[in-house]
Design a protein around this ligand. Sequence first.
Ligand code: GLN
Length: 193
Amino acid sequence: MKVGVLALQGAFDLHARTLEALGAATVRVRTAAELADCDRLVVPGGESTTMSMMAERSGLLEPLRDFVGAGRPTFGTCAGAILLASEILDGRPDQHCLGGLDVAVRRNGFGRQVESFETDLEVPALAAAGLGDAPFHAVCIRAPVFERVGPDVQVLARVDGRPALVRQGAVTAAIFHPELAGDTRLHELFLLG
Ligand code: GLN
């Protein structure tokens, strides 16, 4: 199994190193050919408008849509969650989304005063997968808010009552940065799924 990490911009390196520490073969994906080689994909945090622009320039938009549409497991975190959404609020007018997840997501939705914060999440899906019932430490950096989640979207964890970790089919998305938690369980869950 080869796990791609979209490496156009943002926090890709720490995701790749976390996956490698778990024994996964990883590919830093910058081209369609590199993506074609992958069975799974992590779309990291960073800046979704920049990632969208770079994906367009490097001819990756359609291959990424096809990858997600084909049901290959994909994990988007923060900006990556924005990229995977079907609708982006407060995006740039020319910003693209991949549409694997039936949600409306608002960029920087937590507002300026609380742009960045950390909190502990209860994630019952971790315990259900045998990964223990300790809370997961969520680092939220200019995090988005899922304002609407479609009927086929499962909410796996919440922050202040708002969905923070969601899953629809093979797509998982977090509003936070799991690669900064010092806790590999969400990467393990992704590799198991
Ligand atoms: N606010 C950023 C965006 O719009 C996401 C922030 C992050 O990934 N930490 O893409």
